[in-house]
Design a protein around this ligand. Structure first.
Ligand code: NAD
Ligand code: ZN
Length: 253
């Protein structure tokens, strides 16, 4: 059901939240656009500027690793400056109120953790871009270290001491999904009674399968997004508006 106007939608959402005992938010890039991090698909989004580097290309080509890191450092201003937005703060309020035990996100920006949700309660389906890992030995590297090496090497991506390639701790296209996060997300999705899909175009699989899984498990589904999604028809409530506007009434001080 698409709410006819924003106040009606917010009222309906308030009722659903009040009646729910376990709420699982599921977030996408749309929740972070007001924080200065562009999403993928909106005009001016990341895909309109950057070439997509699939995982196998990253692994096999030094040139593509250099390009991947160039792109990442070009975004550093956005990521480093970003603070949690109204959507993040509202979801953190539900968490603090004990309504929401954990959150599933497709985002890689660390903003849910920054909003006060314990890192162990943020299930990251696509990893995290605020640090890096060796693909072979899993040693952690900070971005400042990678940047220094990158500059010293004349804009070349450095490798780990073990010889493995260093990549942001994100899941690229063609890279295996993190098994533990996927399993935990599935468990949370099946065992909640309200699932809030916020700011996702719901076209990236397998992540987009979670709202569907929720619905099939008898969970009430709410979609908050300014554009239509393929799952609007099956949702119990569609709030088609700006996320900050829709969620700011739920920020507790
Ligand atoms: P997406 O770019 O496919 O979709 C974002 C959706 O949010 C769009 O439908 C857009 O209309 C909507 N939106 C944007 N700003 C909004 C606002 N203020 N209010 C309401 N709606 C708004 O994003 P996705 O579904 O998350 O998939 C893209 C993938 O890219 C993700 O898997 C994620 O890993 C990655 N990504 C992450 C970030 C981040 O961490 N912030 C940013 C870009 C991409
Ligand atoms: Zn290593």
């Amino acid at each position: 059901m698409i709410a006819s106007d924003l106040p009606t939608a917010i009222e309906r959402l308030r009722q659903l939240i009040e009646n729910a005992s376990v709420i699982i938010p599921f977030t996408g890039a749309g929740i972070s656009t007001e924080c200065g991090i562009p999403d993928f698909r909106s005009p001016g989004g990341i895909w309109t500027k950057n070439k997509l580097i699939p995982f196998d290309t990253f692994v096999t080509s030094q040139e593509m690793r250099d390009e991947a890191w160039r792109q990442r450092f070009a975004m550093e201003q956005n990521f480093a400056k970003a603070k949690p937005g109204r959507g993040h703060r509202a979801l953190a309020s539900l968490y603090r109120a004990g309504k929401s035990p954990a959150l599933i996100t497709q985002n890689i920006d660390n903003l849910h953790q920054a909003s006060g949700i314990a890192a162990s309660d943020v299930v990251e389906l696509h990893g995290n871009t605020t640090y890096a890992l060796c693909l072979d030995c899993a040693k952690r590297y900070e971005l400042s270290w990678v940047k220094e090496k990158f500059d010293t090497l004349g804009e070349h991506a450095p490798d780990c001491g073990c010889g493995g390639h260093i990549k942001t701790a994100t899941v690229s296209f063609g890279q295996q999904m993190p098994l533990e996060a996927m399993q935990r997300a599935e468990e949370l999705t099946r065992n909640c009674d309200l699932f809030l899909a916020v700011g996702s175009s719901l076209v990236v699989w397998p992540a987009a399968g979670f709202p569907l899984m929720a619905k099939r498990s008898g969970v009430a589904l709410v979609i908050i997004n300014r554009e239509p999604t393929d799952f609007d028809e099956i949702a119990d409530l569609v709030v088609r508006s700006d996320i900050g506007d829709a969620l700011s009434p739920f920020i507790a001080n």
